[in-house]
Write a protein that binds this ligand. Structure first.
Ligand code: CP
Length: 335
């Protein structure tokens, strides 16, 4: 049975029930099938959306643009330098202007409060395309990828996030707790200098949800403990968007033991997959990757190239699934 999410903003997965999340995932699966079959689905013709990006993007921007165009909608993209928002016009006033012109607003930027403020004032659905705290559309695509591998009911499956806690890890923590997937955070000891941890109130809320949904949350600095029984091994870059490059030295020292290697993958469950939200520093074929290699002698960062390119890697399937899941979110909230 379809659920009604019409008019609702998509700011954090905390606002959605397991049934609503599964509804969005089912919808994304259906959109993927329609796209594969070349069946037109311009079901939102006449509507328009605006994409506000205060940070750079490849996947999220393209997923929103192609998703909106597939649904028959008009799209406006505003890059970090080309709107008045925040500089000459408050978030509240920007929301009230854009809400009168557009049917939906996507925001990628800094604090979660900004996207919450937009949603409180726009009068139309607002979608979180990444804030410092959460990356909910990413987590939807990640779980869609796990469903494609392991089937629609992921209860009892286990995902391990290797490395530094950040917005992607936080959204994975939430979605796993909601859907009864065991979640493991494998990284430095919580009191290690420079290490980030989950906000206590978020962790507590997720632990309560996980208990209700029959799953567990484990936080460990032991790879041996963390990798046991894992079906999906996930990692992310060690320095996030908008963070200063000076952090690299300390982050490498802190996180190098938690690189996803062939040896790590070999300890996971047979058939385990490798996931990454991308972009990834798995080689030196990027400007930053080359600079890091020159400065620190490190040629692979959060994941070994051999794992990234292995048969277990689902990273490009994940990237494609950004589009299908984002399309599902737009359709469900605008129809
Ligand atoms: N994973 C992700 O959000 O990618 P982009 O930064 O390219 O949008």
């Amino acid at each position: 049975m379809g659920l009604n999410l019409s008019g609702k903003s998509f700011l954090t997965l905390l606002d959605f029930s397991p049934e609503e999340i599964n509804y969005l995932l089912d919808l994304a699966r259906d959109f993927k099938n329609l796209k594969r079959c070349g069946t037109p689905h311009r079901w939102l013709e006449g509507k328009n959306v605006v994409l506000l990006f205060e940070k750079t993007s490849t996947r999220t921007r393209c997923a929103f643009e192609v998703g909106a165009m597939d649904l028959g909608m008009g799209v406006t993209y505003l890059d970090p330098g080309s709107s008045q928002m925040g500089k000459k016009e408050s978030i509240e006033d920007t929301a009230r202007v854009l809400g009168r012109m557009y049917d939906g607003i996507e925001y990628r930027g800094f604090e979660q409060e900004v996207v919450e403020d937009l949603a409180a004032n726009a009068g139309v659905p607002v979608w979180n395309g990444l804030t410092a705290q959460f990356h909910p559309t990413q987590a939807l695509a990640d779980i869609m990828t796990m469903r494609e591998e392991f089937g629609p009911d992921l209860k009892g499956r286990k995902l391990a996030f290797f490395g530094q806690v950040g917005n992607t890890a936080a959204s994975l923590l939430v979605i796993c707790a909601k859907l009864g997937i065991d979640f493991v955070q494998v990284g430095p000891q919580s009191d290690a200098p420079g290490n980030r941890t989950y906000k206590p109130e978020l962790l507590e809320a997720c632990q309560a949800m996980a208990a209700r949904n029959g799953s567990t949350i484990t936080i460990t600095d032991s790879i041996e403990e963390g990798i046991k029984g894992v079906d999906a091994v996930y990692t992310d870059v060690w320095v996030g968007m908008g963070q200063p490059a000076e952090l690299w030295r300390d982050r490498i020292a802190l996180l190098e033991p938690y690189r996803v290697t062939e040896e790590v993958m070999a300890q996971a469950n047979p058939g385990a997959i490798f996931l990454h939200c991308l972009p990834s520093f798995h080689d030196t074929n990027t400007t930053i990757g080359a600079e890091i290699a020159e400065q620190f002698g490190v040629t692979e960062m959060e994941v070994e190239d051999v794992v990234f390119e292995s048969d277990a890697s689902r990273v490009f399937q994940q990237a494609e699934n950004r589009m299908h899941t984002i399309k599902a979110v737009m359709y469900a909230t605008l129809k």
